[in-house]
Design a protein around this ligand. Structure first.
Ligand code: ADP
Ligand code: MG
Ligand code: ZN
Length: 482
């Protein structure tokens, strides 16, 4: 009998903090500068240089910890995590080990499908959030040589360690998406996965369903896109199931994701694993936080994306799908909220943003470039509402506004596009269309009333979409009627 296996997944996320300067020195954290220009004795690990902790990095760590409902500790301790690698000039990474900044949090992950059905509802316990520094970067292939760029060395990170509470690759990807959106909404991480400012290690095991004990896990290091995370987990779960089903045992090891081959490959076994040898960091005192500061940072949190989504569903009647999409990036959420503040009716605005505006929107880190401004959107919907233009014309006005600062009224005036709502004029067009289609008119009158749409279409065509659809429908029904 085939065993029913269940996947168990736990993620360790590294998020680069958006401080201007590094964690323990005043070098710039800016991305993409010429190699080894943002370095100093501290981040180069020169003898005698002493680290000084960046207060902004701590502030951001505290905010993340609060947003994840962790207990933030008034006292935490830095440690040296020793390993040898070319991109680590000191030979150790400053991190936190047995006394981290924060512990015992949670993130509730919910996702709805297009029909509004709740398809993912999972609470992931957060084991810990701790502060650490990033390593540099090895750059391969300089005339066959490998070189090291230390601009990134010493950039502040938080590591967010989740308990093994996820049960599928979809849940894992959704957890990552929502965690990323959360950190972005706090403005502490730009969420850029390609540049590595948001990356994760994926721990995967399987066990017989109903079994309480965890199975042996493998760890897939540094997976840098949601799609790769999902594919790597699917592959790894299937591989482990096959090993167990054939009577074998999963070997605890580190694996890497090879996207070209579409599989995970063994990198090093537990025996070869780094023995990190953590030591207390002698050059940094324990991190002692004023309880008042901890509380103050809790109070400074913005409305979190999940709360915003629920509020928009509750107070404005947005569908779960629309609310989820609109809160998935803080720049888009701010745009939408602003449009509603400016008088846009929330449901109509949500529809228009989802069907038109998002197609032309671009996000780059925390920035969102929207094709029109919230005031333009609000006014556009208002002149549809008051009958100045039709819904169809609204799309034309929108397209004309993209990338410009024209108001909808200016576009309407320039194009002479007012909606035709003069009853007499509409009746004339309707009568003409009926006369020109005598056969269909007779069919309608003998009971084929579904032909009304045919006539409406012709009238709309004649008026180039400017006629009020409501008036056209009424007029045609009257003229064709008994
Ligand atoms: P480390 O990787 O540093 O040895 P831990 O043992 O604390 O540290 O585990 C780190 C991560 O591995 C956590 O995210 C945890 O959820 C996950 N994890 C631990 N055991 C398992 C398991 N059996 N299956 C899946 N994930 C696991
Ligand atoms: Mg690990
Ligand atoms: Zn430096």
């Amino acid at each position: 009998m085939a065993i029913d296996f269940e996947a168990v997944i736990g993620l360790e996320v590294h998020a680069q903090l958006l401080t201007r300067t590094k964690a323990f020195c005043s070098c710039s954290t800016s991305f993409g500068d010429p190699p080894n220009t943002n370095v100093c004795p501290v981040c180069l690990g020169l003898p005698g240089a002493l680290p000084v902790l960046n207060r902004e990095a701590v502030r951001m760590g505290i905010r993340a910890a609060h947003a994840l409902e962790c207990a933030v500790h008034a006292r935490s301790v830095f440690a040296r995590k020793n390993y040898f690698y070319p991109d680590l000039p000191k030979g150790y990474q400053i991190s936190q080990f047995d006394q981290p900044l924060a512990t015992d949090g949670r993130l509730r992950v919910q996702a709805y499908d297009q029909k509004g059905k709740l398809v993912i509802d999972r609470e992931v316990r957060i084991q810990r959030v701790h502060m650490e520094e990033d390593a540099g970067k090895n750059v391969h292939g300089f005339g066959g040589m490998s070189v090291v760029d230390l601009n990134r060395a010493g950039t502040p990170l938080i590591e967010i360690v989740g308990e093994p509470d996820l049960r599928s690759s979809e849940e894992a990807a959704e957890y990552l998406r929502q965690l990323r959106t959360l950190l972005m909404s706090l403005r502490i991480c730009d969420g850029n996965m390609e540049q590595g400012s948001f990356r994760c290690d994926v721990n995967v095991s399987v066990r017989a369903r109903g079994e309480e004990r965890l199975g042996t896990r493998t760890e897939i290091k540094n997976v840098n896109s949601f799609r790769f995370v999902q594919r790597a987990i699917d592959y790894e779960v299937a591989r482990q199931k096959a090993v167990l089903a054939s009577g074998g045992q999963v070997v605890q090891e580190t694996r890497g994701w090879d996207d070209k081959e579409g599989k995970t490959v063994s990198q090093r076994s537990k025996e070869e694993a780094h023995d990190y040898r953590y030591f207390p960091e002698p050059d940094l005192p324990p991190l002692v936080l004023e309880p008042a500061w901890i509380e103050q940072e809790r109070g400074a949190l913005p409305e979190l994306p999940a709360a915003m989504r629920d509020r928009w569903m509750r107070s404005w009647g947005l569908t779960s799908h629309a609310a989820g999409v609109l809160t998935s990036h803080p720049g888009i959420a701010a745009f939408f909220e602003r449009a509603v503040e400016r008088g846009a009716e929330p449901l109509k605005a949500a529809n228009f943003v989802l069907s038109e505006v998002l197609r032309d929107a671009h996000t780059d880190g925390l920035d969102a470039r929207l094709p029109i401004g919230p005031e333009q959107l609000a006014r556009l919907l208002a002149i549809v509402e008051d009958g100045t233009i039709s819904g169809k014309q609204a799309k034309e006005v929108y397209a004309a506004m993209v990338g410009t600062s024209q108001t909808p009224d200016e576009v309407v005036a320039a194009r002479g596009m007012k909606q035709l709502s003069d009853a007499g004029a509409i009746e004339q067009v309707c009568a003409r269309v009926i006369a020109a289609n005598a056969r269909q008119a007779a069919a309608y009158r003998s009971g084929k009333t579904a032909l009304l749409g045919y006539f409406v279409g012709l009238v709309m065509k004649e008026t180039r979409g400017s006629a009020s659809p409501k008036l056209v429908n009424e007029t045609l029904a009257r003229l064709l009627g008994p």
